[in-house]
Design a protein around this ligand. Sequence first.
Ligand code: AMP
Length: 350
Amino acid sequence: MIPPASTIGILGGGQLGRMLAIAAAKLGYHAHIYCPEKDCPAAEVAKFTTVAAYDDRTALKAFAKSVDVITYEFENIPVAALGAIAGKIKPDISILELCQHRVLEKQAVNRLGIATAPFVPVHSKKELLAAAKSLGLPAVLKTARMGYDGKGQTTLKSLSMIETAWKGINAAEAILESFITFRMEISVIVARDAKGTMACYCPVQNIHKNHILSETIAPASISPSLAKKAEKIARAIAEGLSLVGIMAVEMFVTQDDKLLVNELAPRPHNSGHWTIDACVTSQFEQTIRAVCGLPLGSTRRLCNARMINLIGDDIKDWQRYTAMPNAKLHLYGKKESRAGRKMGHVTFIY
Ligand code: AMP
């Protein structure tokens, strides 16, 4: 067990790192943020900050030496540079590596007997044409790596789009997935400790706008039996990957109530922000507990919640939320607002 007063290293300095550092401080830990940008949102609330590139092995070694455990809030970190400090990192970097590659991630999920959208790995225009013919259209073409918030993906509606689509994603490795006309998108956040104990938050519904999460509704309005199935899937993945830490499992609910896993995130997730204001233990505290070897906290929902992201100019409305009795406003302290940038969120509790 890593006791309070120890230092938790966090790779990444965005809003997730900021909320992790706040949760760490509440339990009496210090946070040390490692981030390439100066004045990142997390640095403002952490005791220590290292400003260095993610592949700066010397800086990473010094960082690892100064902390008791390391976790991450950001997935696109080059894993090769983390090798020398891997022993201190939770979740294990093998999980990070898997989640950085859509094909490996989906194959791992399928190996556990869990369904995803049908997919084909693609490395060339020729392979893309063959994949489109075998899967049928419409289908979604995504880069295998570095994709988030809909970046690096395009929907193929006809074979005539293949040339432009392949050029457009500009990647050596990609994945073509069947287009799923889902009824709903949900996610389940699961935590697992080193002894194998697990704790799940209730499935929530996620609504995206322009491929970016706009809104999360907790709980998702699905039947209790489907909710149980979703939790079972999340637990099976956490168990199957020997997770120590937290993971969000994003799923599509199909028209006939089947669950297809879309994506895994081995870190706190935007769809879990509501847990700060509506659960006994927030997803951020749960991460700290899991990586430090404390008992996992209760995931009990104290009330229903709806979280909305404040994206870009939405931030201009911040004052309105401070006057609403059931609104909990969270601002990330980002100096500059840009289109598509997550500036804060509001959780409405009911
Ligand atoms: P992703 O980057 O895989 O999380 O995709 C971002 C969003 O695009 C998802 O949350 C869905 O709304 C949509 N999407 C991704 N894959 C598919 C698919 N195979 N079929 C339909 N919509 C998809």
